[in-house]
Structure formats: C-alpha cells, structure tokens
Design a protein around this ligand. Sequence first.
Ligand SMILES: Nc1ncnc2c1ncn2[C@@H]1O[C@H](COP(=O)(O)OP(=O)(O)OP(=O)(O)O)[C@@H](O)[C@H]1O
Ligand SMILES: [Mg+2]
Length: 324
Amino acid sequence: MAKPGLFEKRLLFVSGKGGVGKSTVCAALGLAASRMGKRPLIVEMDEKERISRLFGSPEVGYDGAFVYQNIFVRNLLPMNVMDEFVEIQVGIKRIARQIIGSPIYQYFVLAAPGLKEFVTLGKIMLLEEEKERGSTPKYDIIIVDAPATAHGVAFLRVPFAAAGAVKSGFVRRQADRLIDLITDPARTALNIVTLPEEMPVNETVEMCRSVEDLLGIPIGCIIINSVFPQVLKKRDTAVFDIMKQRAQADGLQKLTRAERKTAAAMFECFEAAMRRRELNEFYISKLKRMLDYEFIKIPFVFSKSFDITLIEQVSANMMEALGK
Ligand SMILES: Nc1ncnc2c1ncn2[C@@H]1O[C@H](COP(=O)(O)OP(=O)(O)OP(=O)(O)O)[C@@H](O)[C@H]1O
Ligand SMILES: [Mg+2]
C-alpha cells in the first residue's frame, strides 16, 4: 500500500533541537496546506507565542484566531489546557475558578508528572475529531509545534506511561485512544526539523530511534533547514583554483594596494562559503546514510525581517520538494 503523503495526514507533529526552525517550519507547513485549499490549524505551546508574529498578526492566545487567510492558530499552554479541563469537569465556572486559583491545585498540577501533557494531547485529539455542520472535520490538517527533542519525546511518551500505569477507567481509555491516534501512520506523522550540523544531526538520529523504535510513532519527513547555498557548482571550482593560483603567482600587480586587500578578502570569503556548504553536505549525507525517510531541504534565507516573507519562501521550497 502506498504511504500517505505528508499533507494527506491530519496530524503533523513538528519537533527537533531547540532553535533549529520548528516554529518557522510549522508556519510554512500551515501556509503550504492553505495554498492547497486545506483549512489548517497550527497549535503551539509557547509562553513566548511565536507563530502569530511570524504571520504579522497580534497574539492569538488560548482561544486562537485566524492569522493569515484561512490559517487558524492556537497557543495551547498545557497549564491553560488543564484549567479548561477542570472547568469542563466541574461545570460551574465560579467553583472551577476557585479550584484553579487554590495553591493545592497549583501544587498538584505542577507536581504530577505528565498530567498537563496528557490533558494537552487529549485536547489536540479533540481538535482532530472536531466536526462542523455534522460530519465535515473543522480542520483538514493540524500542525503541532511540539516541544524540542527530549521534551518532545517525553511529551509523546505520556500516553504510553499512562497506559502502563492504569489498567482501566477513563484515564486508560483516553490513553489507549491517544496511542491509537499518534501511532496511526494514516493519520499522524512526527516531522523532525534539523540543521545540517553535527549536534542537530546527532539529536535527530537519536530522536528517530526513540520515537519510532520504542514508541512506534511514525516519522514523516526530516526537514533539513538553513542549508547554505552552493555558491559555485562543483565542476567550476577548478576555475576558482586556477584564478587563485594566478593571483598568488603575479601578486595581483595590476591592482592597487587597497584592491589587492579586497581581492584577498574576496578569495577568503568565497572559500569560507564553499567550506560551509561542504560541511552542510557532509551532514546531509550522514543523515541520509543513517535514516531512511523523506528529506526536505530548506535553504538559508538571507533576510533581516523574519516575517511572512521568510514563511512564504520556506513554504514554496517545501511545496517544491514535495512536488506540490
Ligand atoms: N531557513 C531559514 N533561513 C534563515 N533563518 C531561519 C530559517 N529558518 C529559521 N530561521 C531563523 O532561525 C531562528 C529560529 O527559528 P524558530 O524560532 O523557528 O526556531 P525554533 O526551533 O522554533 O526555536 P525554539 O526551540 O526556541 O522554539 C529564527 O530567528 C528564524 O527566523
Ligand atoms: Mg519555536
């Protein structure tokens, strides 16, 4: 049976080492989905809400808002999901507020390992199941800007831990339903963003092993972000070498002193750019050697403003890589 493509799945988790571009990729995936005529929901869980800003929108908070065209974003901080859960369970808002405001609740929720995360995953599952006008799903695709590597694995491991600890009842049923959802390759994929550098590559390989082999969560794509451009085709580097040898041989006599200095700097800069690209290629080959998944390469975008322009570019690259 053919594997469903990335955009045929309904639930895309995005994780990776801190700072590698997870939020940027989530925003770009949302934009790509929207361009394909889908109604995407992007979920983030970040005190410093980022996705809305990338689209140039004001903060959207817990309840969320459309940030750009039909892209809906919600910031589901686990503590807030927990509060909403208590409100629904208690039923009376005033009493729920009293419970939520009490130090015992704060202590209990903060101290209970994995509780907030369990409820947050449950909320994501509810959003995945949410319907409009009877049977149409409210969102065609849900993109989750998940916590960074180790925290991301811990987050996704929570339902397995709950199922291992509880034999029956509500928690067990909820854990089983969550496990069904996050291990279903027809509906879910975990996508890992990385940089073509040593540490992020090592963390990516480790994360793939723990997520797929130990938890059985299907990996979708490995997104290699910020790939440095190839300034010169490989076959043309010989020309560069000859130019450099000639320049060294005649000492660039025809140039002024200042021009000679600039020319030397240009050669150096060019070599540094080529070395950086070579290093990137080395780590891309390492990833491809060690992992057998679909890879998407996203070039480094030289831009001062990290806004919708960056998202548009990253999104276009992604669609091209996926042949959309
Ligand atoms: N392809 C790219 N080219 C240039 N800059 C990029 C690219 N992708 C991301 N960036 C920049 O890298 C920085 C980190 O990106 P982002 O916030 O998306 O990372 P993150 O993995 O979500 O970080 P965190 O772990 O803090 O949540 C930002 O300044 C972003 O604009
Ligand atoms: Mg982020």
